[in-house]
Design a protein around this ligand. Structure first.
Ligand SMILES: Cc1cc2nc3c(=O)[nH]c(=O)nc-3n(C[C@H](O)[C@H](O)[C@H](O)COP(=O)(O)O)c2cc1C
Length: 212
């Protein structure tokens, strides 16, 4: 199960490349490593899973020497000096097919600056835990967000497996989500109280790929 599916592309040519943040000059023997000294992560979360994912992203980035700030947009205002960051990572948990409102507003309100900045996008969602749903989730939760914002061109997107933690939901949400999850399990199999699709190694790898 690949619960982090990452796509990286060259900032200038748009070519997809799976590896590191390396920009090649015309002479292909020349490889320029870009230093990411300062990064910002702006995100939204409903039940706290994305917050935990972001905490691990920050830890990983700081461990690589990148000064990294995380802003939970529902509580805190994002900085306005976005041009001072070498990388801005924007993400959200998904519910009923939707991002949280605040990171979408952040993209919309800062489109001009973000179009001139190195940006990466991620979502944390249940569908990333099912290989057969990843393609559709990539389009619906990531590609469509990019398409909706002309000029916005993330260098990488990541679909990150989320969590179903039924004790966190109210009665109605619990019943509804349990029914949806149960329909995907083999007949007779009970839904556990918690399903966690996060692959921490892959989350850390994505951050390393973005920064190195
Ligand atoms: C009410 C509800 C609706 C959800 N809808 C979707 C969905 O449409 N697609 C999906 O991939 N995951 C869905 N999920 C799974 C969430 O994306 C997953 O729980 C994720 O970890 C939530 O992140 P957050 O806690 O940061 O908000 C849903 C979860 C809940 C509780």
């Amino acid at each position: 199960m690949d619960s982090v599916v990452a796509r990286m592309k060259h900032r200038d040519t748009g070519d997809l490349f799976p590896g590191r943040n390396i920009f090649r000059g015309e002479d292909t023997s020349t490889v320029l490593m870009l230093m990411i000294e300062k990064a910002l992560i702006c995100y939204g979360s409903r039940y706290g899973t994305t917050t935990e994912v972001v905490q691990e992203m920050v830890k990983t980035a700081e461990g690589l020497g990148t000064k990294t700030e995380a802003v939970f947009l529902k509580k805190d205002r994002p900085p306005t000096n976005l041009h001072e960051y070498d990388l801005v990572i924007i993400g959200s948990g998904i519910a009923a097919g939707q991002w949280t409102k605040e990171p979408l507003d952040f993209i919309k309100n800062n489109l001009d600056l973000l179009s001139k900045t190195r940006v990466a996008l991620f979502v944390v969602c249940g569908d990333a835990g099912s290989p057969e749903k990843c393609g559709q989730a990539q389009v619906a939760y990531l590609d469509k967000i990019v398409e909706k914002h002309p000029g916005f061109s993330p260098i990488s997107t990541a679909l990150i497996g989320g969590v179903f933690d039924f004790k966190k939901y109210n009665f109605g949400v619990r019943a509804l989500v349990k029914k949806i999850v149960k329909a995907q399990l083999p007949p007779g199999e009970e839904v556990p109280e918690k399903l966690d699709f996060r692959d921490w190694d892959k989350i850390r790898d994505w951050i390393r790929q973005l920064l190195q």
